[in-house]
Design a protein around this ligand. Structure first.
Ligand SMILES: NC(=O)C1=CN([C@@H]2O[C@H](COP(=O)(O)OP(=O)(O)OC[C@H]3O[C@@H](n4cnc5c(N)ncnc54)[C@H](OP(=O)(O)O)[C@@H]3O)[C@@H](O)[C@H]2O)C=CC1
Ligand SMILES: CC(=O)[C@H](N)C(=O)O
Length: 264
């Protein structure tokens, strides 16, 4: 199976961290690239460097995905640029710490970027790729979708949404040439931690992966046909057992009577 469908890959949050690593890897695999981020000077520098290293066409789209205007500009690009065959829906932020101490405006910012922007951009790609008959959507979740911690209620909630969202989307596209994948990296060596509430150097080194290794693992999982890729998990069967346990509950999750333990 090829890594993705052919064509241009649009990557959000693409000038640093995991998004930049995906841009590098996809360009090396022969894709033209559209880098999306806010800082125009950094975008231009990243595009020039990537174009020179890869020989691919690399263009930029400056957009703040925490704003309606920024989200709309990416939606319009996905709808209007028929060369785009891959979306890496990556931009996101972290906010860690007790919810009782969280700044409500920062919480709303987390929800806007990790949920509203994420969902609208995925929906725009789903519509465009359905119209074009093919495409690949890679959604970036986090290991914290599964590893739920006292300091991460809201962040884990957003990333669990990305996981459930992609599992639903996979069913929607089961009989089509549109592919979806969700990637759950553990801690990565990126700037996302700055100001998140936890500093990267507080974590043991053996817990932290480079964004380059995570992007390569994500693409290897895509090539292997995985819907859910967990870059650091040695035994994939553990994920499968977890998901099978969820599915085994399905016949009893909606019945006309309460379970016996709730009946007097
Ligand atoms: N780092 C980690 O430990 C882990 C990260 N993840 C997930 O991976 C994804 C990428 O994370 P990571 O690479 O660490 O993040 P980074 O903070 O390193 O990503 C920064 C990139 O995102 C862009 N960006 C940030 N905010 C916005 C915005 N509002 N609109 C558009 N672009 C934006 C930045 O450019 P600019 O500032 O110019 O906009 C830059 O290109 C996220 O979804 C994150 O939740 C998952 C598991 C672990
Ligand atoms: C903020 C984090 O804890 C980390 N980025 C992750 O998603 O695992």
């Amino acid at each position: 199976m090829s890594t993705t469908t052919t064509g241009t890959a649009l990557i959000t949050g693409a000038t640093a961290g995991l998004g930049a690593a995906y841009a590098e890897e996809l360009a090396a695999r022969g894709h033209d690239i559209i880098l999306v981020a806010r800082d125009e000077a950094r975008l231009e520098k990243a595009a020039a460097g990537l174009a020179e290293r890869s020989g691919r066409k690399v263009s930029t789209l400056s957009a703040d995905l925490a704003t309606a205007e920024g989200i709309a500009s990416v939606e319009e690009r996905l709808a209007g640029d028929a060369s785009i065959g891959t979306l890496v829906n990556n931009a996101g932020m972290a906010l860690l710490g007790p919810l009782s101490k969280a700044d409500p405006d920062r919480l709303e910012g987390l929800i806007t970027l990790n949920l509203t922007s994420f969902t609208r951009i995925a929906a725009a790609a789903a519509k465009a790729f359905t119209g074009r008959g093919a495409g690949t959507i890679v959604n970036i979740s986090s290991a914290l979708a599964l590893n739920i911690l006292p300091v991460g209620a809201a962040y884990s909630g957003t990333k669990a949404y990305v996981l459930a969202f992609t599992q639903g989307l996979a069913q929607e596209f089961a009989d089509s040439a549109v592919r979806v994948q969700v990637v759950l990296p553990g801690a990565l060596e990126t700037a996302l931690w700055n100001g998140s509430g936890i500093e990267l150097d507080q974590l043991p080194k053996e817990m932290v992966m480079s964004p380059q290794d995570a992007a390569r693992a994500g693409l290897a999982g895509l090539e292997a046909g995985e819907l859910v890729t967990i870059p650091s998990l040695p035994e994939y069967g553990q994920w499968e057992a977890y998901d099978q346990a969820r599915q085994a509950m399905r016949p009893n999750l909606s019945l006309s009577r309460p379970a016996a333990r709730y009946s007097r």
